[in-house]
Write a protein that binds this ligand. Structure first.
Ligand code: HDD
Length: 682
């Protein structure tokens, strides 16, 4: 097949092209290529008689349909993916010999799948959850998978506890409720009885767990890995994806409403952005640590419940990934892609993080059941773009026709080939870390501080972020039925912050803890979303407008917003064209019925002179919802009166304009700010 080729940025697409089939305009055939003459009626013994066994077309069609489903992923079942490319800014030769990190002129093809963890394949996308962020780099040395999340730490420290964690968070087994939610007894029972989860829970209850967009999330490799250079020298490394658009989130009320209004909100956002040419971009960052500095911290760098604060170990930005092509077929690509943290290339190696070590087993194992056998590497999306040769043979659905007599090593009949490569030839050599220990089932003492970084996270939050965390606790624990579990959780989080635990306890009717508290005062400003990049680009603004608007002015404003990268979408009473007083026409994109304010980043109220009571009522709903979700609201013309009637005109993030230029620049600034937390909610 295709794998004897030299890599370039199009290598993966060229390879996939051979598997793409376009059925449009073709005659229908069976899978054997036989032309089909009739596809609506099964073969019967008489028009009103029974269907005949002989009907091979019916049998083939029905059998294939009956077998269309494969098991969904045990976790991360709900996901969406896109193709793209990665380019390093400068050679990383000093730290790693990984070829795709050497040459700034080389573009490496990538495939990225984003996901939620707990929900089923059809669940809503804006639920409170960790998001998966998996990247497959198709390098000339083989596939490298960075299988990360949008949160830099994890719930547990040892992979042997992963089945317990997932059993606890998934819908409860006796009634299969709730779907795609952690707000239930078994999850919080797990948390209270596995206190290593404390730091992760703080992130999970923060705005990070309800991202605005896959395009506005960070990604983290979580574990400590190793970079190894061509001299054999190693550095510990943590990997980060930093979104060019900054890190932004929804608010919880909005997230829940979107789950009903548009359960596909995140995939639609990704899909549409790529279709429009607004390619999502992420910079790759590394935190590097010399091996001799391994023990210089007050936490263990192998512990996946800890971050390396960016203020202590700066993130060095080394390259950029651009997602520039949607998939052709979700099943063939997004569903069949198989990621594995053990897919590495020379120059990238593991650490002894016990969570990572267990993952190195689990991923191949799960593909065997999910993708039905050991040949999943042959599926088009999983094939490396470089050649692959070994003596592995046969198995269900083997595609490759391996020619020749020999399929073993060592041999003389094939000159002892395929032969292992030396390190100089690119053979993967595991880093020769010296290990000296007894076999024990135990956890290192150095993993036992579960609260200091949880407190550091809390200390790092802005006031609105803290309030969101408290509300999230109140929601999640408010849904828990067991008083025992509720009490254990508030008692546990007293170790993070006593005030936090007491506030939550009061809200959920538990006994406010007196003991606990933390003397940690350290904070890490880098983890607060308040300090992220704020840009207006690709923000969706709902334009509430009716007939008889001021054509020239409104068109100027819309064009000026677009010039700033903002995406206006016209919302009115009915579809079709609106007519301005000067005869200008404007195509309506959505009606009040087909869209909802939660689906926009901002609202611009224009109105029109001929609006009915019903129109005003609908517009008022849009304005109120946007206001209560702290979103920017702009108003000109008749829209200004609506805001005055609602007494919103002097609120933060509400921009009312007379002068077109002044209005646009103030509104764009308000949009870039994302949310206006100091607003008093009505
Ligand atoms: Fe995992 C899928 C990320 C811990 C076992 N995991 C999966 C995916 C992501 C992660 C992004 C979806 C891949 C895709 O899009 O197809 N997992 C993580 C991170 C972890 C983590 C960042 C901790 C740092 N995972 C983890 C542990 C285990 C697993 C400890 C088991 C020992 N994960 C799996 C799995 C999945 C998976 C069962 C389900 C589907 C798959 O692998 O391909 O093997």
């Amino acid at each position: 097949m295709t794998n004897e080729r030299k890599m370039n940025s199009n290598s993966k697409q060229e390879q996939l092209e051979q598997f793409r089939v376009n059925d449009q305009g073709k005659k229908m055939t069976t899978n054997q290529g036989l032309k089909v003459s009739e596809d609506e009626f099964s073969l019967k013994a008489g028009e009103r008689g029974p269907t005949l066994m002989e009907d091979f077309h019916f049998r083939e069609k029905m059998t294939h349909f009956d077998h269309e489903r494969i098991p969904e992923r045990i976790v991360h079942a709900r996901g969406f993916a896109a193709h793209g490319e990665f380019q390093v800014y400068e050679s990383m030769k000093e730290f790693t010999k990984a070829k795709f990190l050497q040459d700034p002129t080389v573009k490496t093809p990538v495939f990225v799948r984003f996901s939620t963890v707990a929900g089923s394949r059809g669940s809503a996308e804006t639920v409170r959850d960790v998001r998966g962020f998996s990247t497959k780099f198709y390098t000339e040395e083989g596939n490298y998978d960075l299988v990360g999340n949008n949160i830099p730490v994890f719930f547990i420290q040892d992979a042997i506890k992963f089945p317990d964690l997932i059993h606890a968070v998934k819908p409860e087994p006796h009634n299969e409720m709730p779907q795609a939610a952690s707000a239930h007894d078994t999850f919080w029972d797990f948390v209270a009885n596995n206190q290593e989860s404390a730091h992760m829970i703080m992130w999970h209850l923060s705005d990070r767990a309800i991202p605005r967009s896959f395009r506005m999330m960070e990604g983290f490799g979580v574990h400590t890995f190793r970079f190894v250079n061509d001299q054999g020298k190693a550095h510990f490394v943590k990997l980060h994806w930093k979104p060019v658009l900054g890190v932004h989130s929804l608010v919880w009320d909005e997230a829940q409403k979107i789950a009903g209004k548009d359960p596909d909100f995140h995939r639609r956002d990704l899909w549409e952005s790529i279709e429009m040419g607004n390619f999502p971009e992420y910079e790759l960052g590394v935190q590097l640590l010399a091996e001799e500095d391994e023990f210089k911290f007050d936490f263990d760098i192998l512990d996946p419940t800890k971050i390396w604060p960016e203020e202590d170990v700066p993130v060095k930005i080394i390259g950029k990934m651009t997602l520039n092509r949607n998939v052709d077929n979700v099943f063939a690509e997004t569903e069949q892609v198989a990621f594995h943290p053990g897919h590495v290339v020379p120059g990238i190696d593991f650490s002894n993080d016990p969570l990572l070590q267990g993952r190195l087993f689990s991923y191949t194992d799960t593909q065997l059941i999910r993708l039905g056998g050991p040949n999943f590497h042959e599926l088009p999306i999983n094939r490396p773009v470089c050649p692959f040769h070994n003596n592995q043979r046969d198995g269900y659905s083997r595609q490759t026709i391996n020619v020749g007599q020999v399929s073993y090593h060592n041999n003389s009949l094939a000159a002892n080939t395929p032969s292992p490569a030396t390190e100089a030839e690119g053979g993967y050599v595991h880093y020769q870390e010296k290990i000296d220990g007894r076999k024990v089932r135990a956890r290192s003492e150095s993993f036992k501080d579960h609260f200091s970084q949880a407190t550091m996270f809390w200390n790092s939050m802005s006031q609105p972020e803290k309030e969101h965390i408290i509300q999230a606790f109140n929601f999640e624990l408010g849904k828990v039925k067991s008083k025992l579990v509720q009490q254990q959780v508030v008692d546990m989080f007293a170790n993070v912050n006593l005030e936090l635990a007491r506030t939550v306890a009061v809200a959920i009717g538990a006994v406010p803890p007196n003991a606990g508290g933390s003397d940690i005062t350290k904070s890490s400003p880098a983890v607060s979303q308040e300090n992220t990049k704020k840009l207006p680009n690709t923000r969706k603004v709902g334009i509430i407008i009716g007939d008889d608007f001021n054509g020239a002015e409104v068109m100027t404003i819309l064009a000026a917003l677009q010039a700033e990268g903002v995406q206006p979408e016209i919302v009115s009473e009915k579809l079709g064209k609106l007519k301005a007083l000067d005869g200008t026409e404007l195509e309506v994109n959505h009606t009040f019925l087909t869209v909802d304010p939660v689906l926009f980043d901002a609202i611009y109220a224009v109105g029109g002179t001929a609006e009915s009571k019903k129109f005003y009522k609908d517009a008022a709903y849009f304005i109120h919802e946007a206001f209560n979700h702290y979103k920017p609201i702009g108003a000109t013309h008749e829209g200004k009166q609506w805001l005055e009637m609602e007494k919103m005109t002097n609120s933060p993030g509400v921009v009312v304009g007379e002068d077109v230029n002044e209005f646009v620049s103030a509104f764009v600034e308000a949009i870039a700010a994302h949310r206006h937390w100091s607003r008093q909610i009505v």
